[in-house]
Write a protein that binds this ligand. Structure first.
Ligand SMILES: [Ca+2]
Ligand SMILES: [Ca+2]
Length: 344
């Protein structure tokens, strides 16, 4: 309900501001930040029945986990403070969590987090989320983001939007050298443990390990324009440790017609922004990219340098921003692009 009112308020604000220059207002279709006073697991169904209208937290393996030291780990997804800190008790964020370190002879974990159905009106929509694999590279948790256009039973999720790699085998236990491991295919946390924004070396374990931090991801949903879909986060890692997901969002971008050719896209999602926004962009070739966010007076609030990658992602915490208009600007050696962002 809060999302509805926020969206309505956003429309009221945005029409006079952007009515002339932008094609359309942005529209958030789905959002879950795993915040609030209620355990999100208590508001979800525990198994899909085919065409449900609620989120589903489905424990398909039905095996007890060993991830929580002072009691049994819930079998499905569970509510936990943000594990991307050396002391999670210091985190002021919560995320949805899943354990693949299971009792009963390390069976295959299969924990499904399935969204409510969402109708994708046109080709401007994106799915954004953050995730962390807690313990790399020894016990790196992989997962898949799947889509169904035909209901919410597991067999219907035939399309894969994203795969994160898991650790398959280790040839030198406790090593921090990725060459000492065999991984499944897919994305490795922090761009293969090279991006220090999304991991740190933790010395609190039996061996030092790569401690993951929540990292933003996004995928385009244009293939599903005009269809009703379900999205699923399937934690199917075998005998690893803990995975978290947070800030699941389906929204579109108020894209002006002026994206320069140096950028294939540059989105601010959602826009207007309430607490958090995902910024994503793509350049035709990998380039060093400089991001700045400035207020209306030109004062720079956030500045960040990204090393050569063609796919850029940034999760913007706007909770401390005053309401108003901001300018998000990307610069490379060959060009620049700017997006207006409205904070409400
Ligand atoms: Ca389970
Ligand atoms: Ca959260």
């Amino acid at each position: 309900m809060r999302i509805f009112f926020t969206f309505f308020a956003a429309l009221l604000l945005i029409v006079p501001v952007f009515g002339q220059s932008d094609r359309q207002a942005s529209d958030t279709l789905l959002q879950h930040t795993f915040e609030g006073f209620l355990d999100p697991a208590d508001t979800m169904l525990t198994a899909p029945t085919g065409n449900d209208h609620h989120w589903v937290n489905y424990d398909q393996d039905n095996k007890v986990g060993l991830c929580v030291s002072n009691g049994p780990t819930p079998k499905g997804w569970y509510w936990e403070s943000d594990l991307g800190f050396s002391d999670p008790n210091m985190a002021d964020n919560y995320a949805f969590t899943s354990c693949s370190y299971l009792n009963s002879g390390s069976p295959q974990n299969r924990n499904w987090l399935i969204t409510s159905p969402v109708y994708i009106p046109d080709d401007t929509y994106w799915l954004c989320w953050r995730s962390l694999s807690y313990y790399g590279p020894d016990f790196m948790d992989g997962y898949r983001v799947l889509v169904s256009t035909n209901g919410n039973l597991p067999a219907a999720f035939t399309d894969t939007l994203f795969s994160a790699a898991q650790t398959i085998d280790r040839f030198n236990i406790g090593s921090l050298d990725l060459n000492d491991y065999l991984f499944s295919g897919g994305y490795i946390q922090a761009n293969g443990y090279t991006d220090t924004d999304y991991f740190f070396i933790d010395f609190e374990g039996p061996n030092p390990f790569y401690h993951g931090k929540l990292e933003p991801h996004s995928v385009n949903l244009s293939d599903y324009a005009g269809q009703t879909i379900y999205l699923a986060f399937l934690h199917d890692s075998y005998d690893d440790f803990q995975l978290q997901v947070d800030d699941i969002l389906v929204s579109n971008s108020m894209v002006s017609a002026n994206t320069p050719s140096d950028f294939m896209y540059f989105n601010v999602l959602p826009n207007p922004v309430h607490d958090f926004a995902f910024l994503n962009w793509k350049t035709p070739t990998p380039e060093d990219t400089h991001l700045s966010v400035a207020d209306q007076s030109g004062k720079i609030i956030i500045e960040k340098q990204f090393n050569a990658r063609s796919d850029g992602q940034f999760h913007l915490d706007a909770q401390g921003f005053a309401a108003g208009i901001y300018y998000c600007k990307l610069k490379t050696a060959t060009g620049q692009a700017t997006r207006l962002m409205v904070k409400i």
